[in-house]
Design a protein around this ligand. Structure first.
Ligand SMILES: [Zn+2]
Length: 125
């Protein structure tokens, strides 16, 4: 049976010794979670890559996550992001982790005003 994203994240986190949360953020950054939550225009550019990766081997995913971690850290040090990185969604008013928002070039903090859940609801209505 096809492994869920959650399974893959846990497996990869285990293999490369990164906190699960960190791997989620990396997955999110490289567009993998765009399939789970509703894709927004921001993620369209990564959808092509995502389609390739959906059927990619675990090793390919691991390589990509490592690479993304390197880019994010600007170095090989594998560190976890601070747990306190939270933001209040302008729509549901819930305080959520940064990785539960999409990235946005237009915003000062680099994140969308609304959380992924709210944007997904918007796209579904
Ligand atoms: Zn929200």
């Amino acid at each position: 049976m096809e492994k869920s994203t959650e399974d893959k994240v846990r497996l990869i986190a285990n293999k490369i010794n990164l906190p699960v949360q960190r791997v989620y953020i990396l997955f999110s950054r490289i567009g993998l979670l765009s399939h789970v939550s509703k894709p927004t225009p921001h993620w369209e550019e990564t959808s092509l890559w995502f389609n390739c990766m959906e059927h990619a081997s675990l090793q390919a995913l691991i390589d990509k996550v490592k690479e993304e971690n390197y880019i994010l850290e600007d170095g090989p040090d594998l560190g976890a992001p601070p747990e306190h990185q939270m933001k209040v969604c302008s729509n549901c008013r819930k305080k959520k982790r940064w990785d539960l928002f999409f990235e946005s070039d237009k915003r000062e903090d680099g994140l969308t005003l609304w959380c992924k859940d709210c944007l997904a609801d918007l796209n579904n209505s």
